[in-house]
Design a protein around this ligand. Structure first.
Ligand SMILES: Cc1cc2nc3c(=O)[nH]c(=O)nc-3n(C[C@H](O)[C@H](O)[C@H](O)COP(=O)(O)OP(=O)(O)OC[C@H]3O[C@@H](n4cnc5c(N)ncnc54)[C@H](O)[C@@H]3O)c2cc1C
Length: 417
């Protein structure tokens, strides 16, 4: 990847993006589509690891096509690294499973609706795709950023200073800038997560279904098994941080306990080998609306706390926020308006698009506090084809998730025979 780094081509850029993860690369790709010159800085060189479940949902595929048409087809062609995923299995606290395919009538020549790929591979794919005549990539560099009233000042480790009209912060869950602008870790809206790669886990779905196991002692949260290429799986556990503190849960012990003693899961790990020790990272959840744009500054992805509070999915939301950040930056550079009032349109777009499902996912997360209710829903789903078909339709058509807004939809879904 180093070969794709460019020397700083300019002393001033219309836009600087900090962080070349999915949110930053999406903003970069979309700025390139619109012919806007920008600087993309990351402190890491790529490929680099990022602790994650590695599940790339249909929303990621949808977002790829929005930021740069044709990019999802390119991703699907790298089949050695990206495992196609055709559905999801929810395991209720009573152990019963609800299997929901992502597509109603899949045909063999169709592209898979989702994928599982290590972040080493996915993020390197994005960074490689982001390289363009409009993007100056500076990787492996911890730049110092200062946000002034009239400019952004970026000081490189060698002391060289460049400026930009505005900053898109995509530097993830530990963003220093987000903290400076008041986005604190709030344990009621934050999840603690652990990932551990394994090899040789048995009983995986032949069509790459991802598995979410809602186990009584780790609610609200879940244990996951996501199949990968080369007989590997991504195994992990995530739980609301306030509950981790209140219940004094040691997530590492909990992960090991489930793998070793859970009546069904332990059987599947009998001949499996861990490929690493468990690694942890935080998930800033989007269950609370925040201010995510300021004077000359837009926050995206984890820096803006946009992770789905029920599923823990943050890549797709990060990419969608990166898309809107780029759209806003195009407008801002055309109109030469970088004030907080003008940029607040970004907040409106992001929350208009993601707000209803974030709110509903928050409700689902709270429902998981009541295992009997979750058991009831999964039992219902096992019996009702209509219920499963509706869930599939939701995964198939991202826009259909706007139905989440209407509580009558749930009543109909749950209580129709
Ligand atoms: C345990 C766990 C499991 C998860 N599982 C899933 C899943 O299966 N599917 C899903 O969709 N989401 C999942 N998520 C959430 C997902 O990982 C994040 O939402 C996603 O990575 C957010 O992307 P981002 O681009 O905003 O930030 P990041 O991916 O964190 O990227 C931020 C980038 O900024 C760079 N950076 C940081 N600081 C600086 C700095 N000062 N200067 C320059 N660069 C900087 C970093 O090097 C990094 O490359 C999971 C998260 C965790 C913790």
């Amino acid at each position: 990847m180093r070969s794709q780094e460019k020397a700083l081509g300019r002393s001033h850029y219309p836009v600087c993006i900090l962080g070349a993860g999915p949110s930053g690369c999406s903003a970069s790709l979309h700025l390139t589509q619109n012919g806007v010159h920008h600087l993309l800085i990351d402190k890491s060189t790529f490929p680099r690891d990022k602790i994650c479940g590695d599940a790339l949902s249909g929303k990621v595929v949808y977002a790829l096509n929005r930021v740069a048409p044709g990019l999802s087809a390119k991703l699907a062609s790298i089949s050695t690294e990206f495992l196609p995923s055709w559905g999801i299995s929810f395991y209720a606290p009573n152990g019963k499973a609800l299997q929901v395919p992502f597509k109603q009538n899949p045909s063999p020549e169709q592209m898979a609706p989702g994928f599982i790929a290590t972040r080493m591979d996915f993020d390197a794919f994005l960074v490689k795709s982001a390289a363009s005549a409009y993007a100056d990539l500076v990787l492996g560099t911890d730049a110092h950023i200062r946000i002034h009233e009239d400019r952004i000042e970026i000081t490189m480790p060698d002391g060289k200073v460049v400026t930009a009209d505005m900053l898109i912060d995509a530097s993830g869950a530990h963003s220093r800038i987000a903290r400076e602008y008041g986005i604190e870790v709030d344990k009621n809206h934050h999840c603690a997560g652990l990932r551990q790669y394994w090899q040789g886990v048995e009983g995986l779905h032949p069509n790459g279904f991802i598995e979410l196991h809602f186990i009584k002692d780790v609610l609200p949260g879940y244990f996951w098994i996501f199949p990968m290429t080369n007989n590997r799986v991504n195994v992990g556990i995530g739980m609301l941080s306030s509950k981790v503190s209140d219940k004094k849960v040691n997530l590492k012990n909990e992960l090991a306990r489930i793998i070793e003693t859970h009546p069904e899961i332990s059987k599947r790990f009998k001949s499996a080998e861990p490929l690493e020790s468990p690694k942890g990272w935080g998930l800033p959840l989007g269950s609370k609306r925040r201010q995510i744009s300021f004077n000359r500054l837009i926050l995206t992805g984890d820096a803006a706390s946009l992770i789905d509070p029920f599923t823990g999915e943050g890549i797709g939301n990060g990419m969608i926020s990166g898309y809107y950040a780029a759209e806003m930056a195009v407008d801002a550079t055309q109109q030469e308006r970088y004030d907080a009032d003008f940029l607040s349109k970004y907040d409106e777009h992001v929350y208009h698009h993601l707000g209803p499902e974030l709110a509903m996912s928050h409700k689902l997360q709270q429902m998981v506090n009541y295992p009997w209710l979750f058991n009831f829903v999964v039992n219902k789903g096992q019996k009702s084809k209509e219920f499963r078909t509706t869930l599939t339709a939701m995964f198939e058509n991202v826009d259909l998730r706007t139905r989440f807004r209407d509580p009558r939809f749930y009543l109909k879904l749950l209580f129709n025979k």
